[in-house]
Design a protein around this ligand. Structure first.
Ligand SMILES: [Mg+2]
Length: 420
C-alpha cells in the first residue's frame, strides 16, 4: 500500500513588507507599506505590514488613500530582486528538511516531508522548526499548512493557519466533512467571486454541497448551467473539494529553467539609423519574450547591445538594466530596450544586435497585477503565440500594429501609474 504523503505549504505573511521591515529594524514598530513609487501618491500599495493593515490599509489601494488613513505611514519602494533572493533563501531553508521543495509563488512553497519524518520528528515539530528558521534567517513570519496533498496543504494554510495564533494547521482526510465541507463555496481554492455566484445559483452553497455530488452529476449540472461541456472544470472543483490531488511536489520545474534567454541577429548590411535598429530590437524583443512565455518565466534584467562590422576596430557596447517589473511581454521588453540602446549607442554603424532577459523567475510569482492593461495584452500575446505555434510565424505578419497599440495602452496606464 502506498504510504500517505505529508505535504506542507509555507506562506510568508505580508512578504514584501516583512522583508523591508527586517532590513530596516528602526521601522519595526511603525506601519509600513511597499508601494509602486513613493514619490507619487497615485502609486499602488503592493504590500502592507500587519500594523498598517490594522490602520485599515489594504493592498492595491492608492498611496493617497493609504496616507489619508495613516499620515505617519512609512512608504518603501519595491526591490523585486531582493524579494526573489529572500524567496530563494527560504527555498534553501526548506531544502534542509527535504529535497522535495517546490516554489509556488514568490512567498509560498510546497515541501513534501513524507521521507523526513523519521529524521526531524512530527509534522508539528517540523512546522515549528521551519517557522523558527525562516524567522531567524529572514525576519519573516511564515505560516505552515499541512495536508496529505498539495491542495489540502494549501487550504490548511489559507483557511486556518493564516488565521490562528500558531500559524500552523493540519487538515486530515477524516476532517474534510467536519471542517472543510461546512464552509461557504466561496472559500474553496480556485473559486473566485464569479464562480462562487454560479455555484450558489446552482444550489451549491457550501463546499460540502459540491463535494458530496457524484462527479457525473456535477458534470451534467455544470453543462446545463453553462450550456457547454465543462467536464474538466467540473472535475477540478470536485477534486479540490474532496482533497484529491496526486500531483507531486516537484522541484525540477524550477531548477530546470535557464539562467537567461537571449538572441542575436547579424544584419544583412550596416544599419545607421535608430529607426532601422528599432525594427531589429522589436523582432528580438518578440523572439526572446516569446521564448520566455513558452518557458513560463519572466525576466527582471534586460541586456541589449551591438557590434560593428569590423573585427580589427571593434565598436559597440553591451549594457543592462533592471526592469521596473519582471516581464515577458514583448511590448514592455521593447519599450525598455529602445531607450537603453539609444542611451549607449554612439551612432557607429551596427552589424550585429543582441538582446537578452535574465534574472528569470516563475511567471506565477506575481503577487499582484501591477498594470490594469497587462492581463489584456498578455492574453493577446498568448493568443498570437498560439496561432504562431499552430500555423507558423507568418500567420500574423510583423505584429507592429499590435505592439504599437500595446505601447500606447501601456503609456496611458503609466501616466496615472506608479512608474516614471
Ligand atoms: Mg503570503
Amino acid at each position: 500500500m502506498k504510504k500517505d504523503r505529508v505535504i506542507m505549504l509555507s506562506d510568508c505573511q505580508s512578504f514584501y513588507a516583512s522583508v523591508e521591515k527586517a532590513s530596516h529594524p528602526d521601522y519595526s514598530n511603525q506601519p509600513l507599506v511597499v508601494a509602486g513609487d513613493p514619490a507619487r501618491r497615485s502609486g499602488i500599495v503592493l504590500a502592507a505590514c500587519p500594523l498598517a493593515k490594522q490602520k485599515g490599509i489594504t493592498t492595491a489601494e492608492t498611496l493617497r488613500e493609504a496616507l489619508q488613513k495613516c499620515p505617519e505611514l512609512i512608504v518603501v519602494r519595491p526591490r523585486m530582486q531582493h524579494y526573489i533572493d529572500v524567496s530563494a533563501q527560504i527555498t534553501n531553508i526548506l531544502g534542509t528538511f527535504s529535497d522535495l521543495v517546490e516554489p509556488y509563488s514568490i512567498d509560498e512553497q510546497f515541501i513534501d516531508i513524507t521521507g523526513s519524518l523519521s529524521l526531524f520528528g512530527s509534522p508539528e515539530q517540523i512546522a515549528t522548526a521551519i517557522q523558527d528558521q525562516i524567522r531567524r534567517d529572514t525576519g519573516v513570519y511564515a505560516r505552515v499548512g499541512t495536508g496529505y496533498s498539495k491542495v489540502t496543504a494549501k487550504m490548511a494554510c489559507d483557511l486556518w493557519a493564516k488565521k490562528n495564533t500558531t500559524g500552523q494547521f493540519t487538515l486530515t482526510q477524516e476532517q474534510l466533512p467536519s471542517l472543510l465541507w461546512p464552509l461557504p463555496i466561496s472559500q474553496l481554492f480556485m473559486v473566485g467571486r464569479r464562480m462562487s455566484a454560479h455555484f450558489q445559483s446552482m444550489g451549491l452553497g457550501t463546499i460540502g454541497d459540491l463535494a458530496r455530488l457524484p462527479l457525473a452529476e456535477l458534470k451534467w449540472r455544470m453543462r446545463e448551467k453553462f450550456r457547454k461541456k465543462c467536464d474538466i472544470d467540473a472535475e477540478l472543483y470536485w477534486r479540490i473539494a474532496n482533497g484529491i490531488d496526486d500531483s507531486p511536489v516537484s522541484p525540477s520545474t524550477y531548477e530546470a529553467a535557464p539562467k537567461s534567454v537571449g538572441h542575436q541577429m547579424t544584419l544583412p548590411r550596416d544599419y545607421h539609423t535608430l529607426q532601422e535598429i528599432k525594427t531589429v530590437l522589436l523582432e528580438l524583443s518578440e523572439m526572446v519574450s516569446r521564448r520566455c512565455r513558452r518557458l513560463k518565466v519572466n525576466g527582471a534584467v534586460l541586456s541589449v547591445g551591438c557590434q560593428g562590422a569590423s573585427f580589427e576596430t571593434p565598436t559597440g557596447f553591451s549594457r543592462q538594466t533592471t526592469l521596473s517589473d519582471p516581464t515577458n511581454a514583448t511590448s514592455l521588453v521593447y519599450e525598455a530596450a529602445v531607450p537603453l540602446f539609444r542611451q549607449h549607442w554612439d551612432g557607429q554603424p551596427v552589424r550585429r544586435v543582441h538582446l537578452s532577459l535574465s534574472g528569470l523567475s516563475d511567471e506565477s510569482e506575481y503577487q499582484l497585477t501591477l498594470f490594469e492593461s497587462r492581463p489584456r495584452y498578455r492574453e493577446l500575446e498568448r493568443a498570437t503565440d498560439a496561432l504562431k505555434n499552430k500555423f507558423g510565424d507568418t500567420i500574423i505578419g510583423r505584429a507592429s500594429s499590435f505592439t504599437d497599440a500595446g505601447l500606447i495602452k501601456d503609456r496611458a496606464g503609466k501616466i496615472g501609474g506608479h512608474y516614471k
